[in-house]
Structures are given as structure tokens and as C-alpha cells.
Design a protein around this ligand. Structure first.
Ligand SMILES: [Zn+2]
Length: 468
């Protein structure tokens, strides 16, 4: 890309112009957000799938109204002959060597949960204390209206004939695990191919401090079985001589951490996180982890949450207390969940975990591997033009420096995006803040923050139109 240096700064006159346009359209866009959140589009089997059709139709209509696309269509993929939820795709081809952006969000939402826990009706948008409350107000219908506003703003600022390429993909089953996502990408590769992908499904550091989510941890889970004897034995007759599988399993699992609770498995990547302020007291409050409970691991709190591996034993199949008898158990299963750091690789991490288990399994017990599950971590390309541009645009819109944040969990479909479009730069943005309560009752989006996110996205696209 030429003109690389120009993306490090944005003229104040352009910022003012974009703010004016967004201001002028804002009330209408809030109205659109309100109409979208009233559609209870939930992609879980127990809910009415017809709502997802209405929701996709409403999003498609809003995209058509922007007047910038060559086509807007509702499409779906299939997996095992079962169709996925309706997704909306749109495309406008790039001209004159300009880059193409893919704008992603999802139109399905989480179920509302227990209605009594909501202070306002979940599917009735309610404005209170500068925030709009409703299921999906933040996650992720705010992402959709941010894209729409940015697209309309770019047309109003640059005219109908701008050169930037734009693809849109508004998924309809993200909250239900993106079942057909990979197939959808493969089947719609031509339409969705882009130089930069904006995944508007995360959040800012605070409502006032913008953020790009630049790292996600990956996941390796492994179910193991430890066996000692070929049948259960009377614990009085044989206990004290013959080792039981539960004791062997407990001793094995205990080797996974050092005495301070750090991961003891050798050969895993350990990194450091951005030096953002997040105190032990805040963590304790957010997690409900009150003193005298000690925290585990070492390094800053954010290092431990975002940049280092963690191991949790998430299930054990042995014998329930209710059914327990005085017996030496012959076999016990456990599921080990290993979160891997950005920069690590699931296959390597799995081998490291297995080498550790084999080295530490006690009493010569037999160790078998059962189900595995893996998900790649994510680390954004900090040297790419897209990240520089996004940081600059966010900073201009929020008038605060952009924080580079991580997430300790995964957004599994990001790994699919990386695999299908290995050359695309991925920008994970979003409008959630610490008070948004995505997935929980009383979900909300801060109105002022949403407007700034719209300005930032519009600035980013308008500046990208100068690249080439
Ligand atoms: Zn989401």
C-alpha cells in the first residue's frame, strides 16, 4: 500500500465533517436499532426460527437502503443436510486498486434468560441513563447499525462513486455456535474475500476509551482415562496395596499446576499483555473472588487472563458420592481444558500436555486419550496498515488513545476467518463496555459510545479509500 503514512493522522476537518453526518443520521439509526432488537431472533432449536427470517430480511432491507451495493442477498449454508440460519451478504467491488473491507456482525441474539431478572422488557428498547437496554442492543445489533451508519456516511462524504471495495456478512447463528460458518465461508469465498475484516462483536476498554481486541486465547481440551485394575475391588480387602484409579487420577491432575497455581506443563507459550490498568481489587470484584481466597498464577492480572496459558479440570467421571461403596475404582475419566496463549499452536500445546501427562502418571497406571477439541488463538498483525488505520480512527473519534486489549476466551470463528482468508488483516472491534452485560439480563449499549464507534468506522473506511 502507498500513502501508508497518511493513515497515521486524520484531518480535524474530516473528523468534524463525519461527526456532522453521523449526528444528522443518528436518531434514525437509533430507531433502526430499536426495530431490530424487537425481533426475537434466537438461533437455538427451542425458539421460533421464523424470527431469524424476519431479522435477516430487516437487515437486508437496511443494507439495500444504503444504495451502495451491487447486490444484497440472504444466503445460508448446510451442514449434515441441516440448513443453517439465514445470513445476509452484500458486495460492492473495489475499483482502481483500492482495498476491500469485509464488515462482519451477527443478527441473532442470546435467549433472554430469566425474565424476572430484567428491569425492562428484554425485547422492548428502553433508554435509561444514556444507555439503551434490550437483548441484542449491544451484542450484536449495535454492530450492525454501526456498519450501516459508516456505510451511509462514506457515501455522503465521498459521493456515490467511491473506489473502496466493501463486503458485508451479517451472520444469523453466532450465539448458537456458528454451526455452518466454515461451510458458509467456503461457499461464499468470492463474495467475502477482503484485505481487511472488521469483526464488530467485541468491546471497548471503557465507554470512553476505545479498544481493538488484538489477542484471543485458544483452546485445547483433552478427555483422559486413567485405569489401574481390570475390575473393581473391595477397598478393605485390597486397599493399601492396590492403587485405585481415582487416587492415580487426582495425583496426576495435581501435577498440572505448580504450588502457586501456575501451569506446570512445559513447552507452552507464555506472553505478556498490554500494560493497562486493571487491579487485583477490580478482578476480585468482577469475579466475586473475595479475600482470603488467594489468586493463582504469576505476572500481572492481565498477563494471566490474556497472555498466559491456564488449565482447568472441567469434569471428572468416577463415582458419585450417593452411589459410592467401599470400592477401589478401576477407571476414571477427566476432561482437561487448557487455554493456550496467543502465539501458541493447538497441536504443539496438545503434544506438550500429553508429554506432561505421560511423564507424571503415577503407579504405572494406564493412560488413554479420548475426545479432543482444539481452537486456535488469535494475534492481530500489529504491523499491518489496517490496525494502524483502525487505531488512528478510533483515537480521532473517541479523543482517547486506543487500547490494545485481549480476551482470555476465544471467538472460534476468527480461526475460520484466518484459515479461509490467510492474507486478510482482522480487526476485532465492538461497542460493548464493562457495563454492557452481553449475554446477561439488562444488556445495554451506551448511546454516546455507539455514536463514537460509528464515527470511527466511517473515518476508517473513508481513509482506506485513499489507500492504493
Ligand atoms: Zn456477539
Amino acid at each position: 500500500m502507498n500513502n501508508f503514512s497518511s493513515i497515521n493522522q486524520i484531518d480535524q476537518s474530516l473528523v468534524a465533517q463525519v461527526r456532522d453526518v453521523v449526528d444528522g443520521d443518528f436518531a434514525r439509526r437509533i430507531g433502526d436499532l430499536g426495530r431490530l432488537v424487537k425481533i426475537e431472533g434466537i438461533a437455538w432449536d427451542a425458539f421460533d426460527a421464523a424470527n431469524l427470517e424476519s431479522s435477516a430480511e430487516a437487515v437486508a432491507e437496511l443494507l439495500r437502503e444504503t444504495g451502495i451495493f451491487e447486490f444484497v442477498e440472504i444466503r445460508r449454508a448446510e451442514l449434515d443436510s441441516i440448513p443453517g440460519s439465514p445470513a445476509v451478504v452484500a458486495r460492492r467491488a473495489a475499483k482502481n486498486g483500492k482495498p476491500t473491507f469485509l464488515l462482519y456482525a451477527h443478527h441473532d441474539v442470546q435467549p433472554p434468560g430469566n425474565l424476572d431478572d430484567w428491569e425492562t422488557p428484554p425485547f422492548e428498547p428502553t433508554l435509561k441513563n444514556g444507555r439503551i437496554f434490550a437483548r441484542g442492543a449491544a451484542d450484536d445489533k449495535a454492530g450492525i447499525v454501526a456498519h450501516l451508519t459508516a456505510l451511509e456516511t462514506i457515501r455522503k462524504v465521498l459521493g456515490d462513486d467511491f473506489d473502496l471495495g466493501i463486503s458485508v456478512f451479517i451472520e444469523g447463528e453466532e450465539e448458537a455456535g456458528s454451526r455452518t460458518f466454515r461451510t458458509f465461508l467456503d461457499e461464499n469465498r468470492d463474495v467475502l474475500a477482503a484485505d481487511a475484516i472488521v469483526v464488530a462483536d467485541s468491546g471497548n476498554w471503557t465507554a470512553d476509551i476505545p479498544a481493538l481486541t488484538t489477542t484471543l486465547r485458544g483452546l485445547v481440551s483433552q478427555v483422559i482415562e486413567v485405569s489401574t485394575i481390570d475390575h473393581a475391588l473391595h477397598s478393605g480387602m485390597y486397599g493399601g496395596v492396590v492403587p485405585d484409579a481415582m487416587t492415580a487420577m487426582i495425583r496426576l491432575l495435581a501435577t498440572l499446576h505448580t504450588p502457586d497455581g501456575s501451569v506446570a506443563v512445559e513447552g507452552l507459550v507464555n506472553g505478556t499483555a498490554s500494560p493497562l490498568p486493571y487491579s487485583e481489587a477490580e478482578l476480585r470484584r468482577d469475579a466475586g473472588a473475595e479475600e482470603p481466597l488467594e489468586l493463582i498464577g504469576s505476572g500481572s492480572i492481565l498477563d494471566r487472563l490474556w497472555a498466559k496459558p491456564s488449565i482447568t479440570v472441567i469434569g471428572i467421571d468416577g463415582q458419585s458420592v450417593a452411589l459410592s461403596s467401599n470400592t477401589l475404582l478401576p477407571k476414571v475419566k477427566a476432561k482437561i481444558s487448557l487455554r493456550i496463549a496467543p502465539g501458541d499452536e493447538p497441536d504443539k500445546a496438545l503434544q506438550a500436555l500429553r508429554a506432561h501427562l505421560e511423564k507424571h502418571v503415577p503407579f504405572g497406571a494406564k493412560l488413554d486419550y479420548l475426545e479432543i477439541e482444539t481452537g486456535k488463538p488469535f494475534k492481530a498483525d500489529a504491523s499491518g496498515w489496517a490496525q494502524t488505520l483502525a487505531e488512528t480512527a478510533l483515537q480521532a473519534a473517541f479523543e482517547n488513545e486506543t487500547a490494545l486489549i485481549g480476551i482470555g476466551g476465544s471467538i472460534p470463528f476468527i480461526a475460520d476467518l484466518m484459515e479461509v482468508f490467510p492474507n486478510a488483516q482482522i480487526l476485532v472491534t465492538g461497542v460493548e463496555d464493562a457495563d454492557s452485560r452481553a449475554h446477561s439480563p439488562n444488556e445495554s449499549v451506551e448511546v454516546a459510545s455507539l455514536k463514537k464507534a460509528m464515527v470511527a468506522e466511517a473515518l476508517m473506511l473513508i481513509k482506506a479509500n485513499e489507500l492504493g
